[in-house]
Design a protein around this ligand. Structure first.
Ligand code: HGY
Ligand code: MN
Ligand code: MN
Length: 411
């Protein structure tokens, strides 16, 4: 198979251009799912997909697909590449976007090479991977893979009381295609590592064998709002104190897990949130993860037991609502080996690893042979404007995706 390479300037230019869409006046980048900024990002991606000559299809969840070749109900589906273009708050410009734009670049490069694959190849931008505005995360891919009903997803509320379905209608991305209108023959996702391993070890490519499990909860603590000066400590039911103890409990639980468990409280809201009022109510979110489902479930049980005890100690009513639970997955062994072989053939060092971050691939793995390719993250930083990967690494990763797709689709 002759060696071809992607058009690096085109990919890097598009990453920069998409990375400027959704910046606020202070320069923070935020494109939450189904927001106006997300619409602008989607419109830009579709413009590039159309320019490349692909057939654009959008499903009911707003998942966008650019397809090269004819889908046929009586033949296996397309080889699918992709990721997501929605972001967290004050985000970097690579998380998700790199996999979508490199996927488009790979297809465009193959089209320009004059090679004709044995079957269709498609690129996907899945809706609401981050789950910041509408829970759970990986929502578009979960519905596409049949792990979540379209009605449940479209009925998810954001904090303003809007549903995802209403917002997709509003931005013009409530697509005509039924969810799951095709089944991919395989799925490959290129992504930044978002962790410190590859950089620390000086390795070019992460060959991802699987993704750890994710448990999200929203915990509500109800105490009693009261005067911060006159109320004796013995009479207080301070929801803020209970929330602080939950946060430190989780930190101690994770640190006792010797790396097999991670946990954080990412959001916390006090009510009435006034300097001179004992907080009457606190709402907080819990994100726990482990590659071992037994450890993750045990952590959930330990937390539930702690909340019961804490309620008795503080006199606060404490309730918990599950926001997301995605099991750990292992990827397709043959695909993993192919990626490893391609990296070596391109003179790149690689190492096998498990993803600490959740990805659409975690859901696609249920319906198709799936694997992921990582490139290093500087300082292991992501979900931050400091997120960065040097251009040469971005190009290496895209060429590994290209050659992996070639080896799967061109005899
Ligand atoms: O939360 C995650 O791991 C992913 O970035 N959605
Ligand atoms: Mn991502
Ligand atoms: Mn992310």
């Amino acid at each position: 198979m002759s060696k071809i390479s992607i058009n690096a300037d085109r990919l890097l230019g598009r990453l920069r251009e998409l990375g400027e869409i959704g910046r606020d006046p202070s320069g923070h980048l935020t494109r939450l799912a189904a927001s106006d900024a997300d619409k602008l990002g989607r419109d830009t991606f579709i413009r590039w997909v159309q320019t490349a000559g692909l057939d654009v299809r959008v499903d009911r969840l707003g998942n966008i697909f650019g397809i090269w070749g004819e889908l046929s109900p009586d033949r296996p589906g397309p080889l699918l590449v992709g990721s997501h273009i929605d972001t967290v708050i004050d985000a970097g410009k690579l998380d998700g976007c790199y996999g979508v734009l490199a996927g488009l670049e790979v297809i465009q490069t193959l089209m320009e090479s004059g090679k004709v694959p044995d079957f269709p190849i498609a690129v996907a931008a899945f809706t609401n991977e981050e789950g910041v505005r509408f829970a759970p995360d990986m929502m578009g891919s979960a519905v596409f893979a049949g792990a979540l009903s379209a009605d449940a997803a479209l009925g998810a509320f954001d904090t303003n009381g809007s549903t995802l379905g209403e917002e997709l209608e509003r931005i013009g991305y409530a697509g005509a295609e039924p969810v799951g209108f095709f089944r991919p023959r395989a799925y490959l996702e290129l992504h930044i590592e978002q962790g410190p391993v590859l950089e620390r070890e000086g390795v070019d490519i992460g060959v991802v064998e699987g993704v750890q499990g994710i448990s999200w909860q929203r915990i509500t603590v109800e105490g009693q709002a009261n005067h911060a000066g006159t109320t004796p400590m013995s009479m207080r039911r301070d929801a803020g104190v209970a929330a602080a103890r939950i946060t430190t409990f989780l930190d101690e639980l994770a640190n006792a897990g010797a790396g097999a468990l991670v946990a954080t409280v990412g959001c916390i809201n006090f009510s009435p949130n006034a300097v001179n009022v004992v907080p009457g109510k606190v709402s907080l979110t819990v994100d726990m993860r482990s590659p071992d489902l037994t450890i993750l479930k045990s952590a959930e049980t330990r937390l539930a037991g702690y909340l019961d005890r804490l309620s008795g100690q503080t006199g606060c009513a404490i309730s918990s609502e599950r926001l997301a639970m995605t099991d750990p997955v292992l990827f397709d062994k043959d695909l993993v080996r192919t990626i490893e072989r391609v990296a070596a053939a391109r003179g790149l060092s690689s190492r096998r690893m498990t993803s600490g971050a959740g990805h659409d691939a975690q859901l696609l793995a249920d319906i198709a042979p799936t694997a992921m390719i990582f490139v290093p993250s500087v300082g292991g930083i992501s979900h931050s404007p400091k997120e960065h990967t040097p251009d040469d690494h971005l190009v290496h990763g895209a060429n590994v995706l290209l050659e992996t797709v070639q080896s799967l689709s061109l005899a």
